[in-house]
Design a protein around this ligand. Structure first.
Ligand code: COA
Length: 445
């Protein structure tokens, strides 16, 4: 049992590593590539110190997954000093990418660790992380985000860590020994929560998500293992599973929505065929309640995305149900999830990894769910063809279940004529005639 005294003596033992954040970031040089731990693990104090040095540096490349807040290295005055190269875009990076001031790299989440580890072009010079304090063996936990960070830690010339007592200590592959950290400093700070998670949806919109959620929940059998992302659709599904039994989790990320189902005993991972008894994830995005839940919790197994998102690993879970979202689907089943026309919106993330993994799983169900319309009902998301410039995320060869508030269809094994009828059948009724006319003009039907 660790006492306050022993915690202090551990701290004393490793104190030689400790410098100020400003001293730590002095190792960054012009033209370096920096990887920043992402999501709720974003090391805010460290990023602040790095950005303050911006005027001394030129062409430093900043890589990360989605981060929240203002991303200070992307401010206009930082142009020429820092340039962002994003693996997944968020609200704070989208505009810069779409105005040519930052870059976007389309890539599967499962393949980023390999890219970082084995492609010398993508060698990371400095990695900025946020970790829990060292334990009695010197191990710090990367806490809420292991994802691709562990790969960056392995190859980086310098590892700099913000040691934050508020970072949870998470089981699995989340550990780094303090001896493998080049510079550390202790700074207690609230972790960033997922923005907007406490926001309330309009009642009409909530009704739509409830219907989509119900159509998905109807596909989920007892004993299934689930992957899902963030947002209103996964939350609606989770809220409708209270009467299910023995659900498991194998997912790139989860949020607060799983906690009530764990407390009710619905999610127990008892029937999982891979890592039974463990909720497997590579990061979490949520509130402080979630961070407290995963702290020192042996039920949670945090692994890197080259493992969690590997379609062959995913497929080892029988009855794997993958629930993902998209922006548009065309009448042949091509799914766009990362762009709105020529504007990049997000990224591949783990969508294709999980669609492919769930397709190969015994009894698996790969699902793409979407509201039938966008922009307050003025646009159909089921479209004759994807918008000019929009990219295919899930191809028409990979696609299986598509779910809207009007129903669920499994496109696998359907020819184009059958797909057109099936997709029109779950589109918003006010767009059906127009979609049918296009399909007839193009001789699809
Ligand atoms: N045309 C124009 N605008 C559209 C549109 C379309 N076809 N579809 C959506 N939009 C708009 C919406 O109206 C909304 O605008 P608003 O913010 O002004 O309201 C915005 O685009 C976002 O759409 P929404 O459906 O609310 O997105 P979301 O937050 O639910 O995210 C994805 C959906 C597809 C972007 C997201 O799930 C994603 O990035 N997926 C790819 C990665 C992935 O699946 N990873 C695995 C799980 S983590």
């Amino acid at each position: 049992m660790l006492t306050k005294d022993s915690t202090n003596s551990i701290r004393q033992k490793y104190l030689y590593k400790y410098v100020t954040p400003e001293q730590a970031v002095k190792v960054i040089k012009s033209n370096d590539r920096i990887y920043i731990q992402s999501g709720c693990a974003y090391p805010q104090r460290l990023v602040e110190a790095m950005t303050a040095r911006g005027h001394e540096l030129n062409d430093v490349e900043i890589c990360h997954l989605m981060v929240f807040g203002e991303a200070p290295y992307m401010k206009p005055e930082m142009e020429g000093h820092f340039r962002h190269n994003g693996f997944f875009l968020g609200a704070n990076t989208r505009k810069a990418v779409n105005t040519g001031k930052a870059d976007f790299m389309p890539i599967f989440l499962s393949e980023i660790p390999h890219l970082i580890n084995h492609d010398t072009k993508h060698m990371v010079d400095v990695v900025l992380i946020q970790v829990s304090p060292p334990d009695m063996h010197g191990f710090c936990s990367m806490g809420v985000a292991v994802d691709c960070t562990k790969a960056a830690v392995h190859v980086a010339k310098y590892v700099i860590a913000q040691v934050n007592p508020k970072m949870p200590r998470v089981h699995g592959d989340s550990f780094i020994n303090i001896n493998d950290i080049d510079y550390a400093f202790e700074y207690e700070q609230d972790l960033q929560e997922l923005p907007g998670m406490h926001a309330k949806k309009e009642p009409d919109e909530l009704k739509i998500f409830q219907k989509i959620g119900q159509n998905i929940a109807d596909l989920i059998e007892d004993g299934s293992t689930l992957q899902m992302g963030i947002g209103a659709i996964p939350d609606a599904v989770l809220g409708l599973l209270a009467d299910r039994k023995d659900l498991g989790i194998h997912t790139e990320m989860f949020s607060d929505g799983v906690i009530p189902l764990i407390e009710k005993g619905v999610i127990n991972c008892d029937k999982k065929t891979l890592l039974r008894g463990k909720m497997v994830t590579s990061f979490v995005l949520g509130s402080h309640k979630l961070f407290e839940y995963i702290h020192e919790n042996p039920f949670v197994e945090m692994r890197t995305t080259d493992f969690v998102n590997d379609p062959f690993v995913i497929a080892r879970n029988d009855k794997m149900v993958a629930i993902n979202s998209c922006l548009q689907v065309d009448l042949t089943g091509q799914v766009c999830s990362d762009s709105i026309g020529y504007n990049f919106y997000s990224g591949f993330g783990g969508q294709v990894d999980f669609i492919r993994g769930a397709s190969r799983s015994k009894g698996g169900k790969p699902i793409i769910a979407l509201q039938s319309t966008a922009k307050k009902g003025t646009l159909s998301r089921i479209v004759p063809h994807l918008d000019e410039g929009a990219g295919v995320t899930t191809s028409r060869g990979d696609v299986r279940w598509i779910v809207t508030e009007y129903g669920a269809v499994d496109l696998h094994g359907m020819n184009v004529r059958e797909r057109v009828h099936a997709l029109i059948g779950i589109s918003h009724p006010k767009f059906r005639e127009e979609l049918e006319k296009h399909a007839r003009d193009k001789k699809y039907i």
